[in-house]
Write a protein that binds this ligand. Structure first.
Ligand SMILES: [Zn+2]
Length: 137
């Protein structure tokens, strides 16, 4: 059975909305990697220890599981520049592209959690046509 890897912020506010989104939209089991503001780390500091640690964990999980989707999550209120949304959405896009380049076999999506606790998919890369698992697979 295919699984999803969620890379989310350590912030508790971002956890449930993202988990609920993945269960609702993709209906797959998932593993969660947490890091403070992972979209920023992967977009702006991708040679840092934190970014390398995220990438290594993704690689290990892919090696040991049938991973179909990688989700990077960002949320309003994470950092100062997330209040406006603009800079965070740029970083989320960049982080999705960065991860997609390294893991071309998986669909990579960017999730945004708003102040009201709603999560939505705002960007994606790779495997558009196989985005969701088919019934009975
Ligand atoms: Zn955060």
């Amino acid at each position: 059975m295919s699984r999803c890897i969620v890379v989310n912020c350590v912030d508790g506010r971002a956890q449930l909305p993202v988990i609920e989104f993945i269960k609702r939209e993709y209906g797959v089991s998932f593993d969660i990697i947490t890091e403070w503001n992972p979209a920023y780390v992967l977009a702006e500091r991708n040679t840092s220890v934190e970014a390398r640690s995220i990438m290594e964990k993704i690689q290990l999980l892919i090696k040991n599981n049938n991973i179909s989707v990688l989700a990077i999550a960002s949320h309003r209120g994470c950092a100062d520049d997330c209040e406006s949304g603009a800079s965070c959405s740029r970083q989320l896009n960049l982080s999705v592209q960065y991860v997609a380049k390294h893991f071309p076999e998986q669909k990579v999506i960017g999730l945004w959690v708003d102040a009201d606790g709603s999560a939505k998919e705002v960007c994606s890369a790779n495997q558009e046509e196989n985005s969701k698992p088919k019934e009975g697979v």
